[in-house]
Design a protein around this ligand. Structure first.
Ligand SMILES: [Zn+2]
Length: 313
């Protein structure tokens, strides 16, 4: 029996073996976890389509189904209440492609962010992108369920990342700068939340060159990254730096790990069509290229030049 298993394993491709092991571990994990939304795991594709179609704006059902066929849930990506935090990935075939990681709905009550995640997944199904994209369209599914900024443990996931200053200042900063606003509670411990752990898993496993975090309602593009003299023109939202906080994704990734983070703060209402989101996806694709070539490229050249040269299509 053992030798048969050995023969089988020897014949296996390492990737297939890893997938089998991952599946077994995930099944064991689920069997031992006390989750409330277990039904969501039974048909991930259907859950993906149903969950994402609920967000405002018209979905392209054909492309959405196609994208949802490809979503997976990695081992640590189960919410506090046991909902799956699935992700979609589209790799570029271009030489020199960069890796872009998108988190939508780290705050559960900012649902236009879910529309952007869904639209980008659909669009990636329709194009051959310059860059490789991983999209986590709903990072905080419990927050979406309860229409709360925080997760089911009432913690602001975007204040829970284990930044170096977390121990010394996350809670004191929260009290001082927000007056103890319960919507922004960073938690009792750095990195305590399952949603934070899932985000960190994607960061460590995908190793992105660039991160996009989609929010509402401040109506700005807040870029934590190297100084760009002339940021690509974008009429829909102005570029404005909002700063970062102890435990925030921007501080964790840009200030401590040198990976740029673009925080998209959308309007509360969606635009009449998805043109602005399409353009922004292309701008991000351009920014990641600019960032990686900034040592050799004069970024003060008119940005339209890059936009015409490089489109995410
Ligand atoms: Zn937010």
């Amino acid at each position: 029996m053992l030798s048969q298993l050995e023969r089988l394993l020897n014949g296996c491709d390492t990737m297939i073996l890893m997938k089998i092991l991952n599946y077994i571990m995930f099944t064991l994990f689920l069997a031992n976890s006390n989750w409330a939304a277990g039904a969501d795991f039974n048909n991930l594709e259907e859950a993906c389509v149903n969950d994402l179609r609920k967000f405002a704006g018209a979905a392209d059902v054909k492309l959405l189904k196609q994208a949802c066929e490809k979503v997976v849930v990695d081992l640590p990506c189960v919410s506090a209440e046991g909902r799956p935090i699935f992700h979609y990935q589209k790799l570029s075939e271009e030489v020199g492609a960069k890796k872009i990681l998108v988190f939508s709905l780290i705050h559960g009550d900012e649902t236009p962010a879910g529309t952007v995640g869904r639209y980008w997944m659909e669009r990636l199904e329709a194009i051959a992108p310059r860059n490789s994209w991983r999209v986590v369209p709903v990072l905080n599914p419990d927050g979406v369920k309860y229409k709360t900024r925080t997760n089911a443990n009432k913690i602001d996931v975007n204040r829970n990342f284990p930044t170096k200053d977390w121990e010394s200042s996350a809670v004191s900063n929260w009290k001082k700068s927000t007056g103890g606003n319960i919507r922004r509670f960073p938690g009792k411990e750095a990195g305590s939340e399952p949603e934070t752990k899932c985000a960190i898993h994607h960061i460590e496993e995908f190793k992105p060159d660039f991160i996009v975090s989609v929010h509402t309602p401040l109506k700005v593009l807040d870029f934590d990254g190297p100084k760009i003299a002339s940021p690509p023109k974008y009429d829909y939202l102005p570029w404005k730096s909002l700063g970062s906080f102890p435990g925030s994704l921007g501080r964790y990734m840009w200030m401590e790990r040198n990976t740029p983070v673009l925080t998209m703060e959308l309007k509360e209402n969606l635009p009449p069509n998805f043109g602005p989101f399409e353009k922004l996806q292309d701008i991000i694709g351009t920014l990641v290229k600019l960032e990686s070539r900034r040592a050799t490229v004069n970024v003060e050249e008119p940005s339209s030049k890059y936009l015409s040269l490089l489109s995410e299509k």
